[in-house]
Design a protein around this ligand. Structure first.
Ligand code: PLP
Length: 407
């Protein structure tokens, strides 16, 4: 009989959000008169910006006419979108990224999952704890880790993010090859300063390592001192790949559009010591396994960079940040220490008790769903994540209920 990839058997049994849904559904079924407010899953709630909708309609009409119909497009994305990204997200911030170093895709989830394929099987991993689970699980599936021992996979260097380091991991003392960093962070909402990112770039350069920098929440940065891109750091073009998404920037979680930047100067070695540009490998992988993001979706993404698109997406992220501010203030009033929410749509609360116990308390006493931090890694224990993605009305009601429950 054909055999399975047994690396899948190493994965932890239940996906966090499945576990949460099971508990919430059981509670809702037993308490039909008590409506639940979900501040757990990180999905947006507000509709798409009008500029994107207009572009989507216009592009759909183009698809309806023989003269303007589009079939397969370039796998890496249309030039109009890659050029808009290079100009607005990079050149405007003083970063040099060429349009052909940008690979448009249908999601940062897929990109952050797929990128590990271009590295050797024995690449030494450095992964934050707590973490967006995709980075870890895809390396487990690929066989780059050992078994799960007490909640941690053997062979992974975990980068602890704790109250002591402000949830920004310290530089490890030993070497690593593949380093995953995410700022503004999911789940903690923490941001990294220029000095902290410089230390990581220097570490990667010393170790001839590669940083995978996930900046899916870049659009939420408001502090002018915080870098938006890893390429704002000197030397990063030689050691960093950057992932971005239109999901949280412009509400594209249902439309699907993201991109990955692989500078042509990032090199890695083969077994014989020969050097290879990762750009060529990723281009080969992307064009072999992906057939391009839909034309109307890329048109909608390009509309984000028009003056109206910029105004509308700013209003959207401002709205969620307004929710985040209310959540942060309410937690402070309750005496619960928290980070995030000022440059990110997530608030990470140090509850001072077991994170599933706190989750159950909020569900049963306030009918509010949060995400237990323990589900993101061992260092998440004692914490919960509250998401600012919801209507203002729901956030205000949820906070009133939480205050009453914890009083
Ligand atoms: N990266 C991080 C850190 C995320 O939190 C998310 C979504 O929650 C993603 C990537 C996925 O983004 P996309 O919707 O583009 O797949």
């Amino acid at each position: 009989m054909i055999r399975i990839n047994e690396n899948f058997s190493k994965l932890k049994a239940s996906y966090l959000f499945v576990d949460i849904a099971r508990r919430v559904n059981a509670y809702a079924a037993a308490n039909p008169g008590k409506p639940v407010i979900r501040l757990g899953i990180g999905d947006v709630t507000e509709p798409l910006p009008p500029a994107c909708i207009e572009a989507l309609h216009a592009a759909t009409d183009e698809m309806a006419r023989r003269e303007t119909f589009k079939g397969y497009g370039p796998e890496q994305g249309y030039a109009f979108l890659r050029e808009a990204i290079a100009a607005n997200d990079y050149a405007a911030r003083g970063c040099s990224v060429a349009p052909d170093e940008i690979f448009v895709s249908d999601g940062a989830k897929c990109d952050s999952a797929n990128i590990q394929e271009i590295f050797s099987q024995d690449a030494r991993l450095a992964i934050p704890d707590p973490v967006y689970p995709v980075y870890l699980d895809t390396n487990v599936m690929a066989g780059r880790t050992g078994a799960d021992k007490d909640g941690r996979y053997e062979g992974v260097r975990y980068l602890d993010c704790t109250p002591a380091n402000g949830y920004v991991p310290e530089i490890p003392s030993g070497p690593s090859d593949l380093i995953y960093l995410c700022f503004p962070n999911n789940p903690t909402g923490a941001v990294a300063t220029r000095a902290q990112l410089t230390a990581w770039v220097d570490y990667a350069r010393r170790n001839k390592a590669v940083i995978l920098f996930d900046s899916a929440y870049e659009a939420y940065i408001r502090d002018p001192q915080i870098p938006h891109s890893i390429y704002e750091i000197e030397g990063a073009r030689d050691v960093a790949i950057e992932l971005r998404s239109f999901s949280k920037t412009a509400g594209f979680t249902g439309l699907r559009c993201a991109y990955t930047v692989v500078p042509k100067s990032v090199m890695a070695a083969d077994a014989a010591g020969g050097e290879h540009a990762l750009h060529a490998l990723w281009n080969r992988r992307h064009t072999t396994k992906f057939n391009g993001t839909a034309y109307p979706i890329q048109k909608a993404a390009a509309a984000v960079y028009t003056p109206e698109g910029q105004r509308q997406t700013r209003a959207l992220t401002d709205f969620y940040l307004g929710n985040a501010r209310l959540i942060r203030e309410a937690m402070k009033k309750l005496g619960l220490p928290c980070v995030g929410g000022d440059n990110a749509p997530y608030i990470w609360i140090n509850t001072g008790r077991d994170s599933w116990e706190f989750f159950e308390l909020l569900l049963h006493k306030a009918q509010v769903v949060c995400t237990p931090g323990a589900g993101f890694g061992r260092c998440g224990q004692g914490h919960v994540r509250i998401s600012a993605f919801n209507s203002r009305e729901n956030v205000v009601t949820a906070l009133e209920r939480v205050a009453a429950a914890l009083a």
